[in-house]
Design a protein around this ligand. Sequence first.
Ligand SMILES: Nc1ncnc2c1ncn2[C@@H]1O[C@H](COP(=O)(O)OP(=O)(O)OP(=O)(O)O)[C@@H](O)[C@H]1O
Ligand SMILES: [Mg+2]
Length: 309
Amino acid sequence: MSMINHERISSGIEGLDVLMNGGIIKNTINSIVGSSGTGKTTFALAYLYQGLLEGDHTLYLSFEETPSKLIGEAESLGINIRNMTNDAEDLIHLVESEKIVEFMTNILPALAQKLKHRNVKHTRIILDPLTPILWEFPSEKEQRKVLTKIYHHLSSLGTVLQTVEEPNAFGQTDIGAKETRVPIYLSDSVIHIQNLGLGGKYSRTCKIIKSRKTPHHEGIYPLNFVNGPGLVIDTSSVQGAIIDPVVNDIRYQELMKRVKELSKDKDPKKRVIAQIAKNLLGERERDGSQNIEFVEVLTNKQVLQEVKK
Ligand SMILES: Nc1ncnc2c1ncn2[C@@H]1O[C@H](COP(=O)(O)OP(=O)(O)OP(=O)(O)O)[C@@H](O)[C@H]1O
Ligand SMILES: [Mg+2]
């Protein structure tokens, strides 16, 4: 297992970062797969909005809808893109169907190079939906060749979120469908969203199908449209943190350092806290990462300030 502590960004979809062990890993390709009307575009718009909040550079390529329609849809859910910039419509680029091949094979790689030279800190790239590109290259072999090339350019530039249409009738699902196979195979992470129309909590759901380089929660979680954040994943059934031995080990070492410092503090109360924290860290194997979370809070600067009073 690699010892790299991946840099992550917040997805902008409430609950998703929890399921993904802290957020989307930078410079990866992430797919939102779902049939028509499941909320893929809303996902993409929330991701864009989060980027604006964080001062990221953004590149939203729409292969279907006009910028004004997308911004309007976001607004109807309380995602106020217009509040973030004077030229909201310039944030989204509509790529017309007759220009897709030219765009993907020539313009996009050139754009990637240009942005790279401008030393942009981080870019969020959105392809919504990828499906028309797949139609241009009907053979899987060709799709694989073209997408590999595009992803290579894009992931060097930033963190990609693409939406992929699942070709099923309402309520049906087939994550292995031929139409979605290549993008799923080439993506670093795949999030499957469904609208089963069952009514109740699990009418719309979300499940992480895969996530390279990092562990993730395995369940199926309720997904809701909520005015403000746009989309919210209900993670109340998640029990504890995901136990990732590598991440935990890095956190363990950092916390041990913190505890050692604290055990030398002239305030006896703090030395007691250090002792408790040390015991908890020593027992960490017993119930996984929960002790680590606890020590993190216990030895937090603000908490220690309170102790002083
Ligand atoms: N406030 C809301 N409450 C419940 N459902 C909503 C709300 N706003 C939008 N929707 C649903 O979300 C759907 C559209 O979501 P979105 O455009 O994100 O889906 P999509 O997967 O991108 O669809 P498409 O396949 O058309 O691209 C609408 O058809 C509607 O059913
Ligand atoms: Mg859409």
